[in-house]
Design a binder for this molecule. Structure first.
Ligand code: SF4
Ligand code: SF4
Length: 442
């Protein structure tokens, strides 16, 4: 297989120690905390109230706009409260709190129709009703992605199996155990989009895992190995590597006739369409210094503290908890924060205090930026009280901060610039549910 890549990027240590661990299931917690802000769009609208009984898989919140998602309960039980609860954004946001009755009673499911008989619009409707959002971290409602390509002549569906962040192996473990279902999910999504071809992109550090997909590939579904390089899973980088098409600055994959779905998202689509199972749980990598690391199915809304306790407790030397991977993930400071549908990993880290030095003007940050930006300008402009316009094209991959010899947290300055600029053009961008790095789907 020919390997492709993109300009720029970095090569952090992979640390994929959990890659070959079998997927386990975390016990359901006593309570789940389901934030209404669960996608990158508008917060959903609760349709339950305190004291209501809910079943596993029943709808507890509906979309409040086009870019918004259904939320389903991962347990059966009683709605204990609807109130503000710590969110990974650092704020307290409205959440539905459900006390688990441990009866595991399921909501009646629709009769699963033969997926091959569903019209594209019916597939999209099932995806929407099942609350599926992008599981690579962006949490963009997947039904919205499935709509517009139908009219495009060279419609291509790309399945992102790169999982380029160090430590994370949730997608890889899913491919090894569920390759047949993933291929089926890709076909279903491809039908909804009327895609002419489907390409699965996977980095060459997972060549053995890629064989599982390759065995099931066909003329219509190709599997392509890509160079292991971060951020190979960035949407624009992936599209360029696999098709040679360049998504314009501030443009969308749609502009070049492509839709990109993460491999876990495609698996969720399979489960929704074929098994009538809404999205209320997913595989999450518990990595770095977890006492019991691995890939684990976790119910949405499970608090970090419950997850850590189920896996042996918090080791003494851990002083940083990261939601996601070490490059793009978010440091958390509250163990009450629950995982959302989009959480692909939790890392327990022993972070050494990093002293920041003066900028050397070495331009290494610019040389690795996959978007062709000059990240050091974000720092210079921030110090001058201004915003860096290029920040709007930043995919927040963190490559610049990773490579900087002066250890300047460039991504932090880029995010500040981005927020300021976005707030100027769209007041809604101040909302904590606004997209932060929409283009990286991993
Ligand atoms: S890599 Fe760091 S030190 Fe070098 S120019 Fe960029 S910000 Fe300055
Ligand atoms: S400027 Fe943005 S896109 Fe460029 S390397 Fe830094 S974080 Fe990545």
């Amino acid at each position: 297989m020919k390997m492709a890549s993109f300009p720029g990027g970095v090569h952090p240590a992979q640390r994929k120690d959990t890659a070959y661990s079998a997927i386990e299931r975390l016990p359901a917690p006593e309570k789940v905390y389901l934030h209404l802000s669960n996608s990158c769009g508008c917060p959903s609208k609760a349709i339950v109230k305190k004291g209501d009984a809910v079943l596993k898989g029943s709808v507890i919140a509906e979309p409040a706009g086009r870019i918004s998602a259904f939320i389903h309960s991962p347990v059966s039980g009683i709605v204990e409260d609807i109130k503000k609860w710590p969110h990974f954004s650092g704020q307290k946001l409205e959440a539905v709190i459900i006390k688990n009755d441990f009866k595991d009673e399921f909501a009646p499911s629709r009769n699963a129709k033969d997926a091959s008989l569903l019209a594209p619009s019916e597939i999209t409707e099932v995806v929407r009703n099942s609350g599926i959002v992008g599981l690579g971290g962006a949490a963009f409602p997947s039904d919205v992605k499935l709509l517009p390509l139908r009219a495009h002549k060279a419609a291509t569906l790309i399945i992102n199996a790169c999982e380029c962040e160090p430590f994370l192996t949730a997608d890889e473990s899913l491919i090894r155990e569920k390759a047949v279902d993933i291929i089926e999910g890709a076909k279903i999504a491809g039908r909804a989009l009327a895609a002419k071809r489907i390409i699965i992109g996977i980095e060459d550090n997972k060549a053995e895992t890629a064989e599982e997909l390759l065995k099931r590939s066909s003329d219509r579904i190709q599997v392509r190995l890509l160079k292991t390089k971060y951020p190979q899973g960035g949407e624009k980088q992936l599209i360029y590597a696999l098709t040679g098409r360049k998504v314009p600055m501030c443009g969308l994959p749609l502009d070049v006739g492509v839709a990109v779905l993460n491999v876990s998202t495609v698996f969720a689509i399979f489960e929704a369409v074929v098994k009538s199972k809404p999205l209320y749980e997913r595989v999450v990598t518990l990595g770095a210094y977890f006492r019991k690391p691995g890939n684990v199915i976790i119910s949405a809304g499970t608090r970090l503290e419950d997850i850590i306790n189920f896996r042996g407790g918090l080791p003494d030397n851990v002083n940083k908890i990261v939601l996601g991977g070490p490059m793009m993930g978010q440091a958390l400071c509250d163990l009450d924060v629950p995982v959302s549908k989009a959480a692909s990993g939790i890392l327990l880290m022993t972070d050494v205090e990093r002293k920041e030095y003066e900028c050397l003007r070495c331009m290494r940050c610019a040389s690795v930026c996959p978007m062709g930006l000059v990240p050091r300008e974000s720092l210079a402009l921030y110090k001058a009280g201004k915003s860096y316009g290029g920040a709007l094209n930043c995919i927040e991959c963190g490559s610049c901060a990773y490579i900087c010899p002066s250890r300047i947290p460039l991504l932090h300055y880029l995010k500040l610039s981005k927020k300021k600029l976005a707030a100027l053009s769209c007041p809604d961008a101040r909302s904590p549910a606004a997209p932060a790095g929409r283009t990286l789907t991993k």
